[in-house]
Design a protein around this ligand. Structure first.
Ligand code: NAD
Ligand code: TDX
Length: 336
């Protein structure tokens, strides 16, 4: 099989590329990535010389380039991870989210349709369903009700994918996963931000009352689910991905501090995120029953391994946390 993976230099994409090269050594993988602030070739340093792997720098919204790649590499399946992915950045700068997440997806869909590739897989998110109250779960039938510019852009992309299936009969799947964590996670997101700030002895900024709930899944288990969807997903179907691991943000922050032997005094409650979704929780029954997926990680083993990874890869995160990141950080949190 020949795969075009877009956004493969980011957090989940790079873990997915590594997973697929190991799991399916005969597959060829082309990784197209624009290398925005979130894209980092260091994430795939260990596979860069693998003859089955090719990296191409470029934009998913570049129709000519996409058409050329599909032809040149005789692509069978396109898996689209490329996106602007950070909710806080979408609140301050929504424009690029519309451009990449919606227009970019449409360009990919059009190229996939014109070239008649076998399958298109859109990597989406549980955030398209909006926010839950204290109880209940997101199923694939939950109506879309996105609340942030980020989630609205992802929902828009999902609707385009489904429209291309209905209109042109394209073989598509959409996956909607809960919050991922694991190695190579960019330190603007909760878990890597808290680990690295604690290691630097900086304050840990917790939004609002810290009681918002996220449903955490190890990135490797996400990759495993996408692999199943590529091979076994039914045309036109959406699959939710999640491992029933709901945690309040403050519990995560306290757990990280405890594991690192750092004081809770580093916690700083800060102004809440605008439009902050209260709770996400995924019902993965369709994926477990129809495709036979089960996660390998428990949160306890996954978070312990992740903390170890950040301890062992200080050079990786320290180089990200310098330069442009410092401007972002002081704008977002009002301190250096
Ligand atoms: P990320 O921000 O770490 O990586 C995004 C990648 O896309 C980067 O390498 C970036 O350079 C690339 N990119 C951005 N714009 C591009 C463009 N126009 N053309 C080509 N490449 C471009 O994001 P992530 O956390 O790895 O998320 C990957 C995908 O998974 C996204 O679509 C996101 O919506 C989805 N998702 C993320 C999570 C999560 O918890 N992180 C959960 C569910 C779904
Ligand atoms: O400094 C912080 N303080 C804080 O309290 C940050 C960065 C976050 N938070 C809170 C906000 C959320 O309730 O932690 C929770 C998780 O925040 P993020 O890591 O920004 O993730 P979230 O907004 O839940 O979105 C993530 O999961 C779904 C990904 O970034 C999305 O790409 C994915 O679609």
């Amino acid at each position: 099989m020949k795969l075009l993976v877009t956004g493969g230099a980011g957090f989940i994409g790079s873990n997915f590329v590594r997973y697929m090269l190991e799991k399916h050594p005969s597959y060829k993988i082309v990784n197209l990535d624009k290398l925005t602030y979130a894209g980092n070739l260091e994430n795939l340093k260990d596979v860069e010389n693998n003859p089955q792997y090719t990296f191409v720098k470029g934009d998913i919204a570049d129709a000519q380039l996409i058409a050329q790649l599909l032809d040149e590499h005789e692509i069978d399946v396109l898996v689209n991870f490329a996106a602007e992915s950070h909710v806080d950045r979408s609140i301050t700068e929504p424009g690029i989210f519309i451009q990449t997440n919606i227009s970019g997806t449409q360009v990919l869909l059009d190229a996939a349709r014109t070239k008649g590739i076998q399958k298109y897989v859109q990597i989406s998110t549980d955030e398209v369903y909006g926010s839950l109250g204290e109880t209940g779960y997101f199923t694939e039938e939950t109506p879309l009700a996105p609340n942030s510019p980020y989630s609205a852009s992802k929902a828009g992309a999902d609707l385009l994918v489904l429209a291309y299936h209905e209109t042109y009969g394209m073989n598509v799947n959409i996956t909607r996963c809960s919050n991922n964590y694991g190695p190579y996670h960019f330190p603007e997101k909760l878990i890597p931000l808290m680990i690295t700030n604690a290691l630097e002895g900086k304050q840990l900024p917790v939004y609002g009352d810290g009681l918002n709930v996220r449903d955490w899944l190890h990135v490797q288990d996400h990759a495993k689910a996408i692999d199943l969807v590529i091979h076994k997903g039914e045309s036109g179907e959406v699959y939710n991905i999640g491992g029933h691991n709901e945690r309040k943000n403050i519990e995560i922050v306290e757990l990280i501090l405890e594991r690192l032997g750092k004081s809770k005094e580093l916690i700083k409650y800060v102004t809440d995120r605008l439009g902050h979704d209260r709770r996400y929780a995924i019902d993965p029954t369709k994926l477990t029953e129809q495709l036979g997926w089960q996660p390998d990680y428990t949160f306890e083993t996954g978070i312990a391994e992740t903390i170890e990874w950040y301890l062992a890869n200080e050079a990786w995160w320290r180089s990200i946390k310098s330069g442009d990141y410092m401007n972002y950080y002081s704008k977002q949190y009002g301190e250096p």
